[in-house]
Design a protein around this ligand. Structure first.
Ligand SMILES: NC(=O)c1ccc[n+]([C@@H]2O[C@H](COP(=O)([O-])OP(=O)(O)OC[C@H]3O[C@@H](n4cnc5c(N)ncnc54)[C@H](OP(=O)(O)O)[C@@H]3O)[C@@H](O)[C@H]2O)c1
Length: 248
């Protein structure tokens, strides 16, 4: 008898890490139905067309601006309306801003906090109970290497990464005895450091899925990400700030 299909809900599915997760989960061997969440209906529909070439399962889209208050709950209601039970939640939507804090529009900071903290927490809160009831499920949240350290000139992004890492590790400790796997992905914050991305989203996803299989707490996708995390942790924040200031 064939194993039952599972359902993965992916936010930020139209680009970057979220898109790489969508492509990977669309591979037939994962036996995964998909719910793709994004802001642009046209981009999501294009993606569904591409993914259909690989997978014959169910693919649904939910159009949502997750920077709007209570949008996480709205997504959960739409999942209920679809009649699908989510086994895997990937929170990859993001809107990082790099630059001087005082030049940033207040709504930009608020939008990032709502998107990456509030909506992420809401989705975990609404979707985790069904996973607990079946004593299996996976939650993957995207944080960053050196995630608990401050990031001058990306102050809100740094605060958000620290929140995601702390929240994810605490949630893991609570839900692990109930059969869930909860993982934080920690790629190097390349754009903030003025570097090109050290690990491709595709490699990052493959390593993340391996970490889920091994039930690891965090994924640092490559040695450059690990090195960046170490440097961020070891160097005093004022030294990092001075270096970034010189580059501007
Ligand atoms: N890639 C890296 O090297 C790297 C390194 C360190 C940390 N990270 C972290 O990883 C996360 C993802 O990075 P990424 O490179 O994959 O980002 P990305 O390529 O910029 O993709 C962001 C995704 O989030 C979606 N999104 C943005 N605002 C949204 C909103 N208001 N509502 C719903 N969806 C929204 C985007 O959709 P639209 O197409 O609608 O904009 C897009 O699909 C971030 O937290 C980032 O800080 C990434």
């Amino acid at each position: 008898m064939e194993a039952a299909r599972r359902v993965a809900l992916i936010t930020g599915a139209t680009r970057g890490i979220g898109l790489a997760f969508a492509r990977e989960y669309a591979q037939a061997h994962h036996r995964q139905d998909l719910i793709l969440v994004g802001r642009s209906e046209a981009a999501l529909r294009d993606l569904v067309k591409q993914l259909r070439k690989n997978q014959g399962g169910r693919i649904e889209i939910i159009v949502a601006d997750l920077s709007a208050p209570d949008s996480g709950e709205g997504v959960a209601e739409q999942v209920m309306a679809l009649g699908m039970k989510v086994d895997v939640l990937v929170n990859a939507a993001s809107a990082d801003h790099v630059g001087d804090f005082i030049e940033q529009a207040p709504q930009t900071a608020q939008a990032q906090i709502t998107l990456q903290c509030a909506a992420m927490v809401d989705l975990c809160q609404v979707l985790a109970p069904a996973m607990v009831a079946q004593r299996s499920g996976t939650i993957i949240n995207v944080a960053a290497a050196g995630g608990s350290q401050p990031r001058p000139y990306a102050s809100v992004a740094g605060g958000v990464a620290a929140f995601v890492l702390s929240f994810t590790q605490a949630l893991r400790a609570e839900l692990r005895p109930q059969g869930l796997r909860v993982v934080a992905i920690c790629p190097a914050p390349a754009r903030w450091l003025g570097l090109s991305a050290s690990t491709s989203p595709e490699t990052l996803v493959k390593r993340s899925l391996r970490a889920v299989r091994l039930n690891r707490a965090t994924v640092t996708p490559g040695w450059r990400d690990a090195l960046a995390g170490l440097v961020i942790r070891v160097l005093p924040t004022r030294v990092i700030a001075a270096r970034l200031r010189r580059r501007r």
